[in-house]
Design a protein around this ligand. Structure first.
Ligand SMILES: Cc1cc2nc3c(=O)[nH]c(=O)nc-3n(C[C@H](O)[C@H](O)[C@H](O)COP(=O)(O)OP(=O)(O)OC[C@H]3O[C@@H](n4cnc5c(N)ncnc54)[C@H](O)[C@@H]3O)c2cc1C
Length: 453
């Protein structure tokens, strides 16, 4: 039966009671509101976060025969690469899994409109269950052991119990709430790499130049002895660009005339604070239009560009880094250190520190140079001990929030390396359960045989 109720009665009823009625001229059915009466899920391996690390971990764990559930807060898999339109896939790594993904999605220059469906195919073919629109809120603990999590969705607050939990949230949400110690920011002032809105433009002329790094900005001539960098720096100084925008990086996208632009940035804000996220979203989106005006005016071939895509969420480069049994450090990357217990081999990407306190690149920045240059690394390993957290059992961490220093993170945070970390962590989790042991005591030779052959 439909009964008429007023707005006050409706608001008073919120708390889980089932209602039907008419509000103004609209009929409604308010059957479910956020309540504690959500559902209970059970799984063996629970992966929190559906980014490159999370989907890789879930796929590999399911392929080894375990019951796997992957939870993602947004409506799409793929993490920053899809939801924040971070593009292209970067970083080199020796990983048959990453190669398989590349073959499926079209390599580093993948189509971001389609890649998340390829990720879903891989998960479903492996037998993993996917739940989107599910935000992991807090861990369920038994002493020092995590035995599940609570999540919130439109249906209410759910509980998920699991034998092993993998935190692939990028921000180490689960680990931090479970009591795993973590670090955030660089030594000294605690500042993190800036957040940025990536965006796409169309209308780029065929003869336009593309410039994807600080080094390229220095080497790219525009005209009258000016370079991409000198033009950008002058505009930054005279206020035509925001003072934090020291480099305008452009990457040619698949379609003719289309480019991805990596340029906006906001300093001094944290991707784990809601006011900071709000501020960053608004300020960076405003920067986009200032940058487009600048590009139209100064970059030949960009005179007719327009913004064709802006993602719904801002890109967050750096937040919490858990403290694991071991920490990966800058020296390990620069020297190309090898580990007997490697779950990732031959990772390659520069030390890419977007300046936490100004524009451009912080690495190798000195007083003479406004912008630094990303530092070089030698192909390095990532050991299992960097994904096993201190203090808490039943938990592994995958992706950019593993145990590493601020500098080391600036290299392994790119998508191909995070995907390889996820592949390693999913394998470690499944083999540990299959062998009735803990991740720390798992036979690493067995893991490496699965991962690298
Ligand atoms: C602006 C910017 C530009 C970049 N450019 C590049 C580039 O060109 N190439 C490149 O390879 N890399 C680039 N990166 C880095 C790269 O995108 C990320 O570091 C990488 O995606 C990290 O992978 P991840 O799986 O660890 O985390 P993420 O990609 O962040 O994925 C984490 C997932 O977990 C979900 N999640 C988070 N919290 C919860 C929760 N509580 N409950 C449920 N789900 C949750 C998120 O929605 C997300 O889907 C860039 C990053 C930024 C910010």
């Amino acid at each position: 039966m439909t009964s008429k109720i007023n707005r006050r009665q409706l608001i008073g009823a919120i708390g889980g009671v089932s209602l039907t009625g008419v509000l103004g001229n609209e009929s409604f059915s308010a059957q479910t509101v956020i309540s504690n009466s959500g559902r209970n899920f059970e799984t063996e391996i629970l992966v929190c976060g559906g980014g490159p690390a999370g989907f890789a971990a879930a796929t590999n764990a399911a392929r080894l025969g375990r019951k796997v559930l992957i939870l993602e807060r947004y409506g799409r898999l793929g993490g920053m690469g899809i939801c924040a339109r971070v593009w292209p896939l970067m970083g080199g790594v020796q990983s048959p899994f990453v190669k398989e993904v590349h073959d499926k999605i079209g390599g580093n220059g993948f189509d971001p409109e389609r890649a998340d469906l390829h990720y879903a195919d891989l998960l479903e073919q492996a037998g993993a269950k996917i739940l989107l629109h599910n935000w992991v809120t807090e861990p369920i603990m038994e002493g020092n052991r995590i035995v599940g999590v609570k999540t919130v969705s439109k249906e209410g607050i759910h509980t998920v119990s699991a034998n092993l939990v993998i935190d692939a949230t990028g921000d180490a949400d689960v680990a931090a709430n479970a009591g795993v110690p973590f670090e955030m920011g660089r030594e000294g002032d605690g500042l993190v790499q800036p957040m940025s809105i990536m965006f796409a433009v169309e209308g780029v002329a065929d003869n336009a130049q593309y410039c994807g790094s600080e080094e390229a900005a220095r080497a790219t001539s525009i005209d009258n002895n000016e370079t991409w960098e000198t033009v950008t720096t002058r505009a930054q100084k005279n206020g035509e660009l925001p003072e934090t925008v020291g480099v305008v990086r452009t990457y040619k996208m698949g379609r003719r005339g289309k480019a991805c632009v990596n340029a906006t940035q906001i300093n001094g804000l944290f991707g784990t604070k809601v006011e900071d996220l709000t501020n960053a979203e608004l300020q960076c989106r405003r920067q986009v239009f200032q940058i487009v005006d600048f590009m139209r005016k100064y970059f030949p071939g960009y005179e007719n560009i327009y913004v064709s895509h802006m993602p719904s969420v801002i890109g967050v480069r750096e937040t919490r880094r858990i403290c694991g049994l071991e920490q990966l450090k800058r020296e390990d990357l620069v020297s190309g250190r090898k580990w007997d217990n490697a779950i990732v081999r031959e990772a390659r990407f520069s030390l890419d520190i977007h300046n936490p306190a100004g524009g451009g690149q912080a690495e190798n920045q000195n007083q003479k140079q406004v912008q630094g240059t990303a530092g070089k690394v030698k192909p390095y390993d990532i050991p299992a001990t960097c994904v096993i957290p201190q203090k808490i059992d039943g938990l592994l961490v995958a992706g950019r929030c593993i145990s590493g220093s601020h500098e080391a993170h600036s290299s392994y945070r790119v998508q191909n390396i995070c995907m390889a970390i996820g592949a390693g962590v999913g394998t470690l989790a499944a083999v540990a359960l299959n062998d009735h042991t803990t991740p720390a005591n798992t036979d690493m030779k067995k893991i490496q045989k699965i991962l690298f052959q």
